[in-house]
Design a binder for this molecule. Structure first.
Ligand code: ATP
Length: 453
């Protein structure tokens, strides 16, 4: 069967991710651990750039948000109060023929008869709830009292620490608490590369407010979050806002948007922005018996704050960046013949390596030492990479393929051999246009920093 262009594109992306060290399957040499991924040297840089930029705009550039970093191991009472122990489950069906475990909504129904999408078998179990939480045991005893969970979202530790953070930060409503960290869900069917994993990272903000501000803040945060994606280079035409209809929304939410992205495997959720009313804090207040109220000094009123939650996935954002950046075009090879060039057109702000530095030839000592001097000169400002091996065209191609936006080449002109005016200048090549300009070495940090930050 011929694969669709989108499926082929996805295959090329997965293979590039492995070949160049963005993402590897976890425990690969033992056959792989389904739903877990390891980020390689370039993937970890990309992921960090996403998280750092999120932190910058959501925490550092605002007066009304503070951060926290909660524990992954979670007290069962927390997740009972939040509703995860009872309710955090997908209905699941087993196919008795091929033994596939399927989400009930994946089962095909033809003329009223249920069929396995895997093998076409009709011998299926009734849907049963399947809890998505990973349970573990803490300490030596192996009984009920030792149960703990790996958190299924970062949000709960924010709610549980609300009072402590309110006191230490001395913030007034509306204000938010932000967190980035790992979350774990025993997804029945991990799929679409890292899109649906069992271990992933979230970037969540809980923005606490007065009840009457909730709906307006929901709109505000939806817009802020769209701006974020645009600012990291995700094209606005590939982003879509879905208004989650009443019947799909959590019963306590008064409004929810899903921010979706056109992945090669379809339009899928990147982030949820939800107005969750006072549900979370009220639940924890009730279950713990501790007041989680806010005292408004102006009105002298005491009440449980409402909350608006933008909740984004780091891994899904990274995947959207890679899918959006992947492109193929034509460029001349060493002999001037056109060849296919693979380019990751990352926004410079997100690119794992910002600038590659090359001596034109590796066997000419002055070129090499000048290039290394430039590497050291740029290093305090950005992640740079030095490469001296192979023809210069090949070196450019290798950087294009991993999305390095700038390349600096030290050549004989740098020493002013033919034209004294060019002394201490280098060529600066831009990845997408492949245009080259001659710039003084001393201006490099200023020029590059202004383009990458
Ligand atoms: P989905 O419907 O795709 O399972 P969800 O609505 O359950 O997602 P939320 O609980 O709203 O997801 O979590 C917030 C964000 O966390 C999601 O928008 C997504 O970016 C990320 N996320 C959730 N589950 C996963 C997963 N299994 N793998 C990777 N990221 C995930």
């Amino acid at each position: 069967m011929n694969k669709s262009p989108d499926a082929q594109r996805m295959e090329k992306i997965v293979s590039l991710c492995k070949r160049r060290g963005f993402i590897f399957q976890s425990s690969e040499i033992y056959g792989g651990l389904n739903g877990a991924w390891d980020y390689g040297p370039l993937g970890v840089e990309l992921k960090r750039n996403v998280k750092n930029y999120w932190w910058r705009v959501m925490v550092h550039e605002r007066d009304d948000v503070v951060g926290m970093d909660g524990a992954i191991l979670t007290h069962p009472q927390v997740l009972k109060a939040s509703g995860h122990v009872e309710g955090f489950s997908d209905p699941m069906v087993d196919c008795r023929t091929c033994k596939a475990r399927l989400r009930a909504d994946q089962v095909i129904e033809k003329k009223g008869i249920r069929q396995c999408p895997n093998c076409g078998g009709r011998d299926l179990t009734e849907p049963r709830p399947f809890n998505l939480m990973f349970q573990t045991q803490m300490g030596a005893a192996a009984d009920e009292s030792s149960i703990a969970y790996l958190r299924p979202e970062t949000a709960q530790s924010i709610f549980v620490q609300f009072k402590n953070i309110l006191e230490v930060s001395r913030k007034k409503l509306p204000f938010g608490i932000a967190q980035i960290g790992k979350a774990f869900r025993n997804e029945i069917n991990p799929r679409n590369f890292t899109f649906r994993s069992r271990e992933f990272e979230q970037m969540e903000l809980e923005y606490f407010c007065r009840p009457e501000e909730g709906m307006e803040l929901l709109e505000y945060w939806k817009e802020e979050r769209l701006k974020f994606y645009e600012n990291i280079g995700i094209s606005r035409d590939r982003l879509h806002v879905k208004t989650v209809p009443d019947e799909e929304r959590a019963f306590y939410s008064k409004g929810t948007y899903d921010i979706e992205y056109d992945f090669p495997f379809g339009r899928q959720e990147l982030e949820g922005v939800a107005y969750r009313t006072d549900y979370d804090l009220s639940q924890h207040q009730k279950a713990s018996g501790k007041s989680l109220e806010y005292f408004d000094e102006e009105t002298k009123q005491r009440f449980v704050p409402h909350v608006v939650e933008p909740s984004a996935g780091v891994d899904r954002t990274v995947l959207a960046l890679i899918c959006g950046a992947y492109s193929e075009d034509e460029a001349p090879d060493e002999k001037g013949k056109m060849e296919t060039r693979i380019v990751l057109r990352f926004h410079p702000r997100m690119a794992p390596i910002k600038c590659a530095v090359f001596p034109l030839l590796k066997n000419k000592e002055p070129l090499v030492s000048k290039a290394q001097e430039i590497v050291n000169f740029l290093r305090p400002h950005m992640n740079v990479f030095y490469d001296e091996s192979g023809a210069i065209g090949r070196r450019y191609r290798r950087q294009d393929e991993i999305g390095t936006p700038f390349g600096v080449t030290v050549d004989f002109e740098t020493f002013g051999e033919k034209d004294a005016a060019l002394r201490d200048t280098v060529t600066l090549r831009e990845r997408d246009s492949m245009k080259q300009e001659r710039v003084p070495v001393k201006d490099l940090p200023g020029i590059l920093v202004s383009r990458i930050s």
